[in-house]
Design a protein around this ligand. Structure first.
Ligand code: HEM
Length: 501
């Protein structure tokens, strides 16, 4: 059969670039980990996990990469139902309580109902508390910056703290940030374990060897999460019971967080049916609730922070565009007050700059999917359970779709008929497309627009130590997410008039 070049490129077993970006770093990490001593421990946890960790699937994974918009359309739209499973390593399966969450659940009735719960209850615009936590935390970040005017601020650290605070508060409702440091340590360990190279993922029968002591670390990480979230769930259940015993007219519309919303579906035994009535269609256990909260923490923290930091870096690297965005802010908002939500629709150039940032720096560069069954794409055969990576990063820089693709040019989005990121233009898919596309897009965009608009409206920013914009390092770290390799440092000066900080 004659090979279609696009398909040939898309379905090749493992592109060279993928080897350099993905496999080689993992191999390197593996070799590095062999040089480190094993963490101290009794080995008991390690034995426990050997019994409870789901075994490797028995076949080494096979897969391919997609880096053309046409094949992305086939995978994410035309044959979406066959490409909507998720691949998961042994560590991911263990840390998600064996896919008890939404992000790693395979496509099917459980995933469909849990996605409905998340879209309707957790990420919906109607859940005003999440949007309120964005505004409050952005305010608090602006106050922090205002107290450091004239000195160098680590903007990267600042925006990561911002998004952690937003998600922590939306999930647990605590504005005091009590216990947050412990939780951050748990998240960091999860993140390392998600990315750790495990020989057993590739050669399942070598799983018993565990040369890096992963079994013990996995068991420890999950039991720390259990300890942390179980007590939060207990507090919420207790609060709910006390509230039920109170006089009903004393109790007006209590504010809820995501744990409250998920507890409305709580049962000791999981249940899922295809019923249209969501409340009777799904029952969630504690494991489901913990795993879903971790989805929110991972899905909503690094993605948004990386987009804010890249937007600020690209604008500082391109002073002409920065000037245009700030001029627009002065014209639309004026210098006597802060930006409000109602201003956003008039902030056209700012929105274009944010789109351009997402084109060049999609926070999740590779969308990881798995085939549910044997599937044909344009005449080519892909076996069931193949891993398919859709390279959103390469697609956003494809010279066939974008003129001057490597250049930051927000004005390209001012033109008519330019691709949008809502999921129907496959040249630009920072939020994915189709069934597994990002359910938190609205909330993520709101945080991104709020944070960048406030940072640029409230302050003028200079690079530290007389650094020129052209000298700003723009390297990224290419992994599950693609943040800046070096944190962005900059010096703020107040821009607004009067006491508005
Ligand atoms: C700028 C911000 C964000 C970007 C660029 C982004 C991007 C993405 C992408 C590319 C995917 C995978 C799509 C695929 O596999 O085809 C995804 C999935 C997901 N995102 Fe986001 N995201 C953002 C913000 C958020 C926020 C704020 C949340 C939650 C609060 C969130 C929660 C999730 C979840 C749970 C999934 C898994 C969905 C599933 O597997 O069904 N994301 N996101």
């Amino acid at each position: 059969m004659e090979m279609n070049p696009i398909v040939e490129e898309a379905l090749q077993p493992m592109p060279v670039t993928l080897f350099f970006f993905f496999i080689a770093p993992l191999l390197f990490l593996f070799l590095l980990s062999r040089l480190r001593p094993d963490p101290p421990g009794t080995g008991q946890a390690s034995k426990a996990i050997r019994r409870s960790v789901p075994p490797a699937d028995g076949v080494p994974p096979h897969g391919g990469g997609v880096s053309s918009p046409d094949v992305a359309r086939q995978v994410l739209q035309v044959q979406d139902h066959l490409f909507s499973n998720r691949p998961a390593t042994i560590a991911i399966r263990y840390l998600t309580y064996d896919r008890a969450d939404m992000a790693f659940a395979h496509y099917g009735p459980f995933w469909r109902q849990i996605r409905k719960v998340c879209v309707i209850k957790l990420f919906s615009r109607k859940r005003a508390e999440s949007w309120e936590s964005v505004r409050d935390e952005v305010d608090s970040m602006i106050r922090t910056v205002a107290s450091s005017t004239g000195s160098t601020v680590n903007l990267g650290e600042l925006v990561f703290a911002l998004t952690r605070n937003i998600t922590y508060r939306a999930a647990f409702g605590s504005s005091s940030h009590e216990g947050q440091d412990d939780f951050i340590m748990i998240l960091q360990e999860f993140s390392k374990l998600f990315g750790a190279f495990n020989i057993a993922d590739f050669i399942p029968w070598l799983g018993w060897a565990d040369p890096q002591g992963l079994h013990e670390r996995l068991a420890k990480a999950r039991s720390s999460l259990d300890g942390f979230i179980d007590s939060i769930i207990d507090d919420h259940m207790h609060k709910h019971k006390t509230r039920c015993h109170k006089d009903s007219d004393e109790d007006q519309e209590p504010t809820t967080d995501m744990v409250d919303d998920l507890l409305a579906f709580y049962s000791e035994e999981a249940k899922v049916t295809e019923s249209d009535d969501l409340q009777s269609a799904i029952k969630l256990t504690r494991d489901n609730i913990k795993a879903i909260i971790m989805d929110v923490m991972f899905g909503g923290t690094e993605t948004v922070a990386s987009a804010i930091e890249w937007a600020m870096a690209e604008l500082m690297k391109n002073p002409e565009d920065l000037k245009k965005v700030q001029q627009e802010l002065s014209d639309v908002v004026g210098l006597h007050r802060r930006v409000e939500e109602s201003d956003f629709e008039k902030l056209t150039y700012l929105k274009c700059a944010l789109k351009e940032t997402l084109r060049l720096h999609p926070p999740i560069p590779l969308l990881l999917h798995e085939t549910a069954d044997h599937v044909e794409v344009a005449g080519y055969s892909i076996p069931a359970r193949s891993r398919v990576m859709i390279n959103a990063w390469a697609i956003g820089r494809d010279p066939n779709s974008w003129s001057d693709p490597e250049t930051f040019k927000p004005s390209r989005f001012m033109k008519e008929n330019v691709p949008d990121f809502k999921g129907s233009h496959f040249e630009f898919i920072p939020f994915g497309s189709g069934r597994r596309s990002c359910p938190g897009m609205q909330l993520g965009l709101y945080s991104l627009e709020m944070a960048v608009a406030h940072l640029l409206h409230c302050f003028t920013w200079e690079l530290p130590d007389g650094m020129k914009p052209s000298e700003l390092d723009m390297d990224d770290v290419f992994g599950l997410t693609a943040p800046r390799a070096i944190r962005l440092m900059a010096v703020p000066t107040p821009r607004l008039l009067g006491l508005v900080y």
